[in-house]
Design a binder for this molecule. Structure first.
Ligand code: ROI
Length: 168
């Protein structure tokens, strides 16, 4: 029987509607319960001002590390099903508010360029609400394909006021 080596993947969690902290806690449980996936660690909860339109509530973000034998698109399908189950409505408004956003940030050291999926997640290298929680659970040497070491990305990322607000 073929044995698939597990891959370490990083998932970004974000919400700014309908009790964001609870949204992230529910999502964490749903992700950890997926077949073919094991939770390795999860960051603290971080609050930050919205990137994009400012007439929306602050966001709560976290990053989760998992070990998985799911293929990238299988993992994406599973994450999108969790978003739907938690009432995500795609309003069509670009960068509008959302109950739950689950992003596949990194999948091992793979570069993936598909119509439905880009990994590393575009924007990862510049976004404080991804880099700060990621740096809490990943080593500074972590290679972000195409961008270099996580520690260097973090040094180049200004702190625009992101704050730890608690545990998931
Ligand atoms: N802004 C912050 N601070 N956190 C997010 O998770 C987030 N997600 C988004 C946009 C609308 C780009 N802004 C965000 O999708």
């Amino acid at each position: 029987m073929p044995v698939t080596e597990p891959v370490t993947a990083y998932i970004g969690l974000g919400s700014n509607l309908e009790h964001p902290e609870d949204q992230l806690r529910s999502a964490r449980k749903a992700i950890a319960a997926l077949a073919g996936l094991r939770e390795l660690s999860i960051s603290s909860l971080y609050r930050s001002a919205p990137m994009g339109p400012s007439d929306q509530p602050d966001y709560v973000n976290a990053v989760m590390a998992v070990s998985t034998t799911l293929e990238p698109l299988q993992l994406l399908d599973a994450l999108q099903a969790i978003e739907q189950a938690q009432g995500r409505v795609r309003s069509g408004e670009r960068w509008g508010p959302r109950t739950l956003d689950l992003d596949l940030l990194l999948y091992g050291e793979q570069n993936i360029d598909l119509p439905r999926l880009n990994v590393p997640h575009p924007g990862l290298a510049q976004r404080e609400f991804v880099l700060y929680p990621l740096a809490e659970i990943a080593p500074p040497q972590l290679n972000v394909p195409g961008h270099g070491a996580l520690g260097d990305l973090l040094k180049q990322c200004p702190d625009r006021g992101i704050r730890v607000i608690g545990r998931v």
